[in-house]
Design a protein around this ligand. Sequence first.
Ligand SMILES: [Zn+2]
Length: 93
Amino acid sequence: MKDYQRIGLERIKILMQMCRKYPDKAKRYTYLAKKLSMKTGLPIPREYKRWICKNCGEYLIPGKNCTVRLKNKLRIVTCKACGKIKRFNYANK
Ligand SMILES: [Zn+2]
């Protein structure tokens, strides 16, 4: 991993933590994180990426701006801001 990539990843992580602290500015932070990941060519870490709405870029916090339902080994996350539904399998981690 190159120097600029390590710094980029660090910044992405910080941005994601900021999303949790300041949910009203989360859209801005996820936008910056996406741009960073494009610039550095690194993916946003999985544990954060699954909480970003692909449609509107909102950072999803269960019970606040998204609903989480478990069904047939799928985790279904609905974004309350735009209504987009995300599904993922939690059976194999
Ligand atoms: Zn959304």
